[in-house]
Design a protein around this ligand. Structure first.
Ligand code: NDP
Ligand code: N5H
Length: 257
C-alpha cells in the first residue's frame, strides 16, 4: 500500500486565513505530496488564500471562487476544475455559517430565515458539492467534512448550528451510501474547539477551552494539524475500508459525561 498522495489532486474548500481548519488540512495533504485546489467564497479572502498557498514549497495550486449558496457557482467551479486538471481524488468541505445573533441565547427563538441559512450553507452544500465533484472523481476517492459535538448533544449557544450539524452528519451517511458504488468514500471529522475566524466573538471560548483542558482525556485542546492529519488519513488509501464514519478529533472530550 502506497500512503503517499503523490500524483493525486484534492479540492480544499473553506480556507479564510492561517487559522482555518481547511488550512491545517491543506498542509497535511501537501506534506503527503498532493496537488491542491483551493476554493474561497469571499473575494476579500482570495489574497490570503493565494499568499498561504505560496508558502507551500513546490506546490502548484489552483484557485477558484465558489459560493456554495449558488448552484451555478458550484457547477461552474467544478466544470472549470475538470477543464483545468481533469480528474480529482478528493475534497475537503470546511464550510459553515449561521447568523451571529442565532448563536447565543435561547434556541426557541431561532428564526425561519436563520434556520434555513444555517442549513443551506452548513449542511445542504455538502450534497450539492458532492454531486458536482462526482464526475471528476472517476478513479474513486474521498470526501471529508467538518462537524461538531453540538450536533449530537445540546451545547450552550451552538443552537441552530447544532441542528444543521445533525443534518450534515446524516447527509454524510446517505452520501456514503449513494457514492460507495463509485468507490467514493464520505466521512466527517468532529473537531474539538479551535480558535478560528468563525469561532471569533461567539460564545465564551476561553471557558470552553478551559473545560477541555480540565476534563478531556488528553487534557489539551485540539490543534489544526491533528485535524489535518486525520483528514489525510480519511482522504488516503490508509482508510480504504472506512465510509459513512464520524471520527472525533477532540482529545477524547466526546466520551466524557
Ligand atoms: P473559518 O472561519 O476559518 O472557515 C469557515 C469557512 O466557511 C470560511 O472559509 C468561509 O469562507 C466559508 N463559507 C461561509 N459561507 C460560505 C459560502 N456561502 N460559500 C463558500 N464558503 C463559505 O472557520 P473554521 O475553520 O473553524 O470552520 C471550518 C469548519 O469546521 C466549519 O464547518 C465549522 O463548523 C467546523 N468546525 C469548527 C470548529 C472550531 O472550533 N473552529 C469545531 C468543529 C467544527 P468565506 O469567508 O470566504 O465566506
Ligand atoms: C458552542 C460553541 C460556541 C458558540 C457557537 C459557535 C458557532 C460557530 C459556527 C459558525 C460557523 C460561526 C459563524 O457562522 C460566524 C458568523 O456568524 C460570523 N463570522 C463570519 O462571517 C466570518 C467573517 C466568516 C469567515 O465565517 C464564516 N463561517 O463564514 C462552538 C465552539 C465551541 C466550536 C465551534 C466554533 C464550532 C464550529 O462549528 O465552528
Amino acid at each position: 500500500m502506497n500512503f503517499s498522495l503523490e500524483g493525486r489532486t484534492y479540492v480544499v474548500m473553506g480556507v479564510a486565513n492561517k487559522r482555518s481548519i481547511a488550512w491545517g488540512i491543506a498542509q497535511s495533504l501537501h506534506n503527503a505530496g498532493a496537488r491542491l485546489i483551493f476554493t474561497y467564497a469571499a473575494e476579500r479572502f482570495e489574497k490570503s488564500v493565494r499568499d498561504l498557498a505560496a508558502s507551500l514549497e513546490g506546490q502548484d495550486a489552483l484557485f477558484y471562487q465558489c459560493d456554495v449558496t449558488d448552484d451555478e457557482s458550484i457547477t461552474e467551479t467544478f466544470q472549470q476544475i475538470q477543464n483545468d486538471v481533469g480528474t480529482i481524488h478528493g475534497l475537503a468541505h470546511c464550510i459553515a455559517f449561521a447568523n451571529k445573533d442565532e448563536l447565543k441565547g435561547d434556541f426557541l427563538n431561532t428564526s425561519r430565515d436563520g434556520f434555513l441559512t444555517a442549513h443551506n450553507i452548513s449542511s445542504y452544500s455538502l450534497t450539492a458539492v458532492a454531486r458536482a465533484a462526482q464526475p471528476l472523481m472517476s478513479e474513486g476517492g474521498g470526501i471529508v467534512t467538518l462537524t461538531y459535538l453540538g450536533g449530537e448533544r445540546v451545547v450552550p449557544n451552538y443552537n441552530v448550528m447544532g441542528v444543521a450539524k445533525a443534518s450534515l452528519d446524516a447527509s454524510v451517511k446517505y452520501l456514503a451510501e449513494s457514492l460507495g458504488q463509485h468507490s467514493i468514500r464520505v466521512n466527517a471529522i468532529s473537531a474539538g474547539p479551535i480558535r478560528t475566524l468563525s469561532a471569533k466573538g461567539v460564545g465564551d471560548f476561553n471557558s470552553i477551552l478551559k473545560d477541555i483542558e480540565e476534563r478531556a482525556p488528553l487534557r489539551r485542546p485540539t490543534t489544526q494539524d491533528e485535524v489535518g492529519d486525520t483528514a489525510y488519513f480519511l482522504l488516503s488509501d490508509i482508510s480504504r475500508g472506512v465510509t459513512g464514519e464520524i471520527i472525533h478529533v477532540d482529545s477524547g472530550f466526546h466520551i466524557i459525561g
